[in-house]
Write a protein that binds this ligand. Structure first.
Ligand code: PTJ
Length: 259
């Protein structure tokens, strides 16, 4: 019998998923992605992305490993130091952690911007509404009056006073081309991605190899802890971070199960 056999596939509300189920987080994640597709928030391709992520998470032990926790603290420090931090939201992020992204934006003074790989006006509006339903006051990305250079048309659309002008950008579950193009614009990129070998974490200044469901609340908790820290303390946290070591620790955990 598989772990899934005890939970019906047609769960209507996430409260029906038993919290003591051994694969609770995975079931919750799948349910939220399905709901996202049904609401027109998440693209069908988001299901494939989720399936890939879930396999890596299984190998990570479905927990935040110490190197990811450190990266999440470093990310919080970067966001607190930034002049114009922006959190980029796609269809998977909106389905999985809408309220948690709003909390992180509040804790760090960041803006929220919808930025889609498969961009349509309907999805942009649906995601902006969904974020507002979860407490967001201002959602960028609807106007899209600027372009990321060297990227083809739809994926390049951003707000001039949002991602285009940002100094620090959180780009979760991102496709590699756009992550590289943002990096080429000189932005400090914080990438959340369960696959440490994917191009996005490989180009990020802060790669976070963790499930977004765990990573975002943990970043917010770190940001709240660091809220009273002075600039020199935040700079020390950022400067001592070793991105190569973080990527290596995640890959080792996935390949061997060892920390
Ligand atoms: O909403 P759109 O139109 O912007 O499209 C979004 C998707 C995710 C479909 C698009 O960006 C895409 O195709 O992304 P990729 O290239 O499939 O990359 C997604 C990455 O996110 C993969 O490396 C997955 O391992 C990773 N991933 C998936 N689920 C999670 C995750 N990382 C962290 N937490 C997750 N829950």
């Amino acid at each position: 019998m598989s772990d899934y056999d005890t939970v019906s596939a047609d769960v209507e509300h996430e409260e029906e998923i038993p919290e003591d189920h051994p694969r609770y987080q995975d079931l919750l994640t799948r349910h939220r992605i399905e709901q996202g597709v049904e609401k027109g928030i998440t693209h069908l391709q988001g299901m494939h992305a989720e399936g890939r992520g879930s396999a890596f998470d299984y190998l990570l032990g479905e927990e935040t490993i110490p190197s990811a926790d450190e990266a999440e603290r470093v990310a919080a420090a970067h966001l607190l130091l930034a002049d114009r931090p922006v959190l980029s939201i796609n269809g998977n992020v909106a389905a999985l952690v809408p309220g948690e992204m709003v909390d992180l934006a509040e804790a760090t003074g960041a803006d929220l911007e919808v930025n889609l790989f498969n961009r349509t006006p309907e999805r942009i509006e649906a995601i902006a509404d969904h974020l507002r339903d979860h407490g967001a006051e201002d959602v960028k990305g609807v106007e899209a009056d600027a372009r990321i250079p060297n990227l083809d048309h739809q994926r390049a659309k951003v707000d001039a006073d949002g991602i285009h002008a940002a100094d620090v950008v959180v780009v979760p579950l991102e496709d590699g081309d756009r992550a590289e193009a943002l990096e080429a614009m000189g932005k400090t990129e914080i990438v959340i991605d369960l696959n440490p070998l994917s191009r996005s974490p490989q180009v990020a200044e802060v790669p976070i190899v963790d499930n977004i469901i765990r990573a975002v609340p943990n970043m917010t908790a770190h940001a709240r802890d660091l809220a009273g820290a002075d600039e020199s303390e935040l700079r020390a946290i950022v400067e001592t971070f070793d991105r190569e070591a973080a990527l290596e620790a995640a890959e080792t955990r996935i390949r061997t199960g060892d920390l």
